[in-house]
Ligand binder design. Structure first.
Ligand SMILES: CC(C)c1ccc(C(=O)O)c(O)c1O
Ligand SMILES: [Fe+2]
Length: 303
């Protein structure tokens, strides 16, 4: 299938949090990100790469997912995406000059994914920071993926696949669809799981470079009394070793080490995996009750 336009990567996740200072401290002192910028009374921007931000924290009354930003490969791909989205009949909103200045992005647009209500953003030319990101607590390689729990999850996955060019890497039958924004090679940059209780954030993932980052994190989290809600374990779909824990609002964060990578062309077919606990954790673990429960999806009228 030829791509309607080319992505570079999952660029950033914007979260609504009830106390920006508290969650900023969590992301710097527990997760290991670096603070780039904090707007008084407004968002804080954190990074785990040379980008200006990979996480943006916005003050809000309730915790949740504000939007997800994907970086496209070039300005040419932005223009292709604009034409493509308009052809789909989606209401495309250009990001205004003032907000682009705050986000340190030179171009960007937003639209609403129709089945989940998620605001999706495509952008190019985010400010590249002069100083490299220097990992401290964990050797974070990148923002890895974001997962949503959605009532119409199959319809959402079909929309992302057929209209936005996401490739499907694997299914857990009737439960989860793992997808990658091409030609980004990682097994999933986005996944959608079945929800029977409204649409919400499932988790945000950071990929680490060493299995020791997972083991050391278990001790760091326990010492700081941060709830670990699943893992350590090994995911069958991507083959990664994982650990999930909760941010101060109860939203779920994942570290994972190792992940299958796909070539741009001639890649394998998606597998249909049995909906069984071992398909999620080959080591036989089970999630704790707080796992992947918190994080409402911000809707347009709340924005
Ligand atoms: C339990 C969740 C939905 C899950 C399952 C599998 C993988 C993986 O294969 O990497 C994940 O990253 C997950 O978050
Ligand atoms: Fe994950």
């Amino acid at each position: 299938m030829s791509l309607p336009f080319r992505y570079r990567k999952l660029g950033y996740v914007a979260l609504n949090v009830t106390d920006v200072a508290r969650t900023t401290a969590f992301y710097t002192d527990i997760v290991g990100l670096e603070l780039s910028d904090a707007v008084p009374g407004g968002p804080a921007f954190l990074r785990c790469s040379s980008d200006h931000h990979n996480i943006a924290l916005y003050p809000a009354a309730a915790p949740g997912l504000k939007r997800v930003g994907f970086e496209l490969e070039s300005q040419r791909e932005m223009e292709r995406a604009r034409r493509h989205l308009e052809g789909l009949g989606l209401a495309v909103e250009e990001i205004g000059k003032e907000e682009r200045a705050q986000l340190r992005q030179e171009d960007g647009l937003r639209f609403i994914e129709p089945h989940s209500g998620l605001t999706m953003e495509f952008y190019t030319r985010m400010l590249n920071m002069a100083q490299p990101f220097v990992p401290r607590l964990a050797k974070i390689a990148r923002l890895g993926h974001v997962v949503l729990a959605v009532e119409r999850f199959e319809e959402m996955a079909r929309f992302l696949h057929e209209n936005l060019g996401f490739a499907i890497s694997d299914f857990v039958q009737g439960a989860v669809v793992f997808m990658r924004c091409q030609p980004n090679p990682y097994h999933h940059t986005f996944a959608v799981g079945r929800s029977s209780g409204g649409n919400h954030l499932h988790h945000v993932n950071f990929m680490v470079t060493d299995v020791d980052d997972i083991g050391v994190a278990v001790n760091r989290l326990n010492k700081a009394q941060i709830p670990i809600v699943f893992g350590p374990g090994r995911h069958k779909p991507s083959g990664s070793i994982f650990l999930y824990y909760l941010d101060p609002d109860g939203m779920t964060v994942e570290y994972s080490f190792g992940m299958e990578e796909f070539p741009e062309h001639d890649y394998r077919e998606p597998r249909v995996l049995e909906p069984h606990p071992l398909s999620l954790d080959l080591w036989g673990g089970l999630p704790k009750p707080g796992f992947a429960k918190v994080g409402q999806i911000e809707h347009e009228e709340q924005a």
